[in-house]
Design a protein around this ligand. Sequence first.
Ligand code: MG
Length: 215
Amino acid sequence: MTTWLFDYDLTLYGFDEAEVIGSLDRNITQFLVTRFGLSLQDADAKRRGYCATYGTTLGGLRALHGIAPQEYFDFIHGGESLQLPKPNRTKREWLLGLPGRRLVFTNARRDWAQRGLESMQILDCFEDILDIESFAWDSKPNPVVYAQVESRLGCSGSELIMIEDKAENLEPARKLGWRTVLVHPECVSAKVECDLKLPHLLDLNPSHYPLLGIP
Ligand SMILES: [Mg+2]
């Protein structure tokens, strides 16, 4: 059976709601300010540097400073300033119309994705959320995580369709033979091999199914 794996941030909600990830990034920067006594500007530069080098800010914090993931996520998922994506009935109907199983596959901790899915009123469209904690804090694009997805779901290769805004996260999936969909407003210029590139999530429609191996 076809199994759809959706990234959460900037995939299940799009770049038109980028203020959602922006509000989380501000909390991450504040974590660095509080923890290391940095200026806002230096903390923001450190956050961007860790993301570029380690895939996530947490990756850098763990590798270089031994920061405990729960302490980090408890801080960044707290406070009053976080924003959530808006309810979207069209998205809900689109999701429910996809043939097969649907799961979320995210580098976030479950509670962040779950709050956003609840806010969009699409949480019940998904069988489960495969989050960073469930992979012992390893994250995409570490190939170890993709192998665990296959064993946990009991499916492999072209049965899996992964939908993501980050091209680098699709590469390990492609190597395992998964079908890959890049969703990004500038997808046309993305230098990445994948089965399908779309500017927006809801652009995917049944005319694309043959490209994704769906009968
Ligand atoms: Mg994303």
